[in-house]
Design a protein around this ligand. Structure first.
Ligand code: 76R
Length: 245
């Protein structure tokens, strides 16, 4: 049998996508809406302090299109802290106006294919516990590696997989500074094998990297993709105008 690769695993990750029920949001009084928004902003402030203490990280994006309206990505040191945070949010007033659109559970993952820095190198630790960038655009999609007939990633030997991922990383590095990627593993946690989260200043770079990678052998032969979500950054100071009706 082919040999599994070892991974380094970091913070636990929840992608939480919600649709706003604008009809019921419009029906409540100005005071009720204001207190819901204030409470939501207080939660964002609380999560910011978790991030400042480097005990996790989060981002909030406005999804373009009908798949959802809001896309949160949360990172926490444990799965329990993720549920605690999710439950606290679900109990808030604002959450009463949100409908679930999609969610994805995973853990920040680095695989030990290529030459590596030691696991305790500060740069490795920083990649396992990333403070997420607040860049203008974000894209998220889950993916699998194919297991079909001749095209079975899981029966390729280690060396072959390492070679294909090395080629893949060369494409990735062309986008240094333009695209930031966070790869999260979700074996045993969710319906796909990895979550891919990309951040960009220029939204077109998201299309370009995903397109270019389709031609890398690892994606061309072995990539299977789930739903794609793309969004624009929603900073805390824009939450009130965004929610005003
Ligand atoms: O971790 C590293 O930087 C080492 C090289 C590397 C690995 C091992 C790397 C680099 N990736 C690795 C593993 Mn990646 N990555 C994706 C996608 O849409 C698609 O076709 C694929 C989605 C993107 C856009 C992307 C970007 N990568 C992986 C794995 C796990 C494979 C396994 O373990 O079997 C997946 C699923 C995956 C998918 N990758 C990079 C990038 C970029 C931009 C880089 C360069 C990072 C840098 O060096 O700065």
């Amino acid at each position: 049998a082919a040999e599994a690769v070892e991974t380094l695993d970091g913070w636990y990750c929840l992608h939480d996508l919600r649709t706003i029920d604008w009809t019921s949001w419009k029906m409540v009084s100005d005071e009720e809406r204001k207190s819901a928004v204030d409470e939501f902003k207080d939660l964002l402030t609380k999560w910011e302090s978790v991030e400042a203490d480097e005990n996790g990280s989060h981002v909030l994006y406005k999804v373009v299109g009908q798949k959802a309206d809001l896309m949160f990505m949360f990172l926490r040191p444990t799965m329990n802290e993720l549920t605690d945070m999710e439950t606290e949010f679900n109990k808030s007033k604002f959450a009463e106006f949100l409908k679930p659109a999609y969610s994805y559970v995973s853990v920040v993952e680095l695989s030990k294919y290529g030459p590596q820095r030691p696991a305790d190198d500060p740069r490795t630790l920083e990649r396992l516990h990333p403070i997420l960038p607040k860049w203008e655009h974000m894209c998220f999609y889950p993916m699998d590696k194919r297991r079909q007939g001749e095209e079975n990633w899981y029966s390729l030997d280690f060396k072959e997989r390492a070679k294909l991922l090395y080629e893949h990383s060369k494409t990735g590095r062309k986008y240094a500074g333009e695209v930031k990627q966070v790869i999260t593993g979700s074996f045993g946690f969710d319906d796909w094998e990895w979550g891919v989260t990309l951040f960009a200043h220029d939204v077109l770079q998201l299309k370009k990297i995903v397109y270019e990678m389709r031609f890398d052998e690892v994606s061309a032969k072995y990539g299977e993709f789930g739903e794609f979500f793309v969004g624009n950054h929603l900073p805390k100071e824009d939450v009130s105008p965004y929610l005003s009706v």
